[in-house]
Design a protein around this ligand. Structure first.
Ligand SMILES: [Zn+2]
Ligand SMILES: [Zn+2]
Length: 153
């Protein structure tokens, strides 16, 4: 029984982190194993904003220094990053929030080599039209696309 324990712990950790069911977490973990880029993508998205602007941003140093706020003249801080396109897998959106007031803005960024998913060209419909469809890596939260799930509907 001890052989399975490590894997189950990993699945439970993921369930706790993502709120997924056991089966979904297990499936996503299996998919993650197949794709080394997945970890990179999750790291690209999941980090905590710094408490002090003197510290380097934990997003990986690929963001810009936040602008000065026009309302309160405090500096904006990089607080979040999420996929910024439904088909361009290296396009992300960086969100900045003012440290002094509720102001915020977003910035579209290209992160070459750090995709949030895989883009595929698929043939669709009777007209055999080619469309680009992106699959989101498990663990990445996409505001427009759902994470990879088996074809249930
Ligand atoms: Zn950053
Ligand atoms: Zn402000």
């Amino acid at each position: 029984m001890t052989t399975n324990r490590g894997r189950k712990d990993v699945i439970r950790d993921r369930m706790a982190a993502t709120g997924e069911s056991y089966n979904v977490a297990a499936r996503n973990l299996k998919a993650m194993k197949d794709m080394g880029a997945t970890r990179e993508a999750v790291v690209t998205q999941r980090w905590r904003p710094v408490d002090s602007l003197d510290l380097p941003c934990p997003c990986g140093g690929t963001c810009e220094p936040g602008d000065m706020c026009e309302q309160c003249h405090a500096q904006h801080r990089h607080v979040a990053r999420y996929p910024g396109s439904a088909t361009e897998v290296e396009t992300w959106v960086d969100r900045y929030e003012c440290t002094g007031c509720p102001a915020s803005y977003t910035l579209l960024v290209e992160l070459p080599g750090r995709p949030w998913g895989v883009a595929e060209t698929v043939i669709q419909g009777g007209s055999a039209e080619e469309v680009v469809r992106a699959r989101v890596f498990p663990g990445v939260v996409h505001p427009l696309l759902k994470p990879e799930t088996p074809e249930e509907d």
